[in-house]
Write a protein of this length. Structure first.
Length: 162
């Protein structure tokens, strides 16, 4: 919950899966994390995908969705979905990005949480740099509270650099 007791995110879980929808003021999700349990990884979840939902400026009407996907080896790709199928403007743009760093890859792994202990899943500071830059490009204009949430998580979870 936020300081004003409004919901910050919604969590969906199933065996081996956690989905987190980060919410704007009107309770629309603007960002989703998808974690999957990994076989032979001793109770670990991997942040396999991050979805950014972009709306037309000043509205809650969806304009595009960008899916950022990660591999266990550090691979990173994105798919942009935009337009509408019914009017022939729909398009998908797929991009392979340079691999993420070993430090960023390590942040995509998290221990399978006990019931009710989801803080580690919600951490915004685990978003890889290239993805984060794209998210900030959008949220700085349309949802500036995201940067405050990110800073809060950086201060809460990251050790100061020496």
């Amino acid at each position: 919950l936020n300081e004003d007791d409004s919901p910050y995110c919604a969590i969906e879980s199933n065996v081996g899966y956690f989905g987190l929808d980060f919410l704007r003021d009107n309770y629309d999700d603007y960002l989703t994390f998808q974690y999957r349990e990994q076989i032979n990884q001793d109770g670990k979840l991997f942040l396999k995908a991050i979805f950014l939902f972009e709306c037309y400026p000043g509205t809650d009407k969806r304009m595009r969705r960008i899916d950022f996907s990660y591999t266990h080896e550090g691979g990173c790709s994105s798919v942009i979905y935009q337009g509408e199928a019914y009017d022939g403007t729909f398009e998908m743009i797929t991009t392979e990005h340079p691999p993420i760093s070993a430090e960023e890859l390590e942040l995509l792994w998290v221990d399978y949480p006990k019931f009710g202990e989801y803080d580690q899943l919600i951490r915004l500071d685990r978003i890889p740099k290239g993805t984060l830059e794209r998210i900030l490009e959008y949220t700085d204009k349309e949802f500036p509270a995201f940067r405050q949430y990110l800073q809060r998580d950086i201060e809460r979870y990251q050790e100061p650099k020496k």
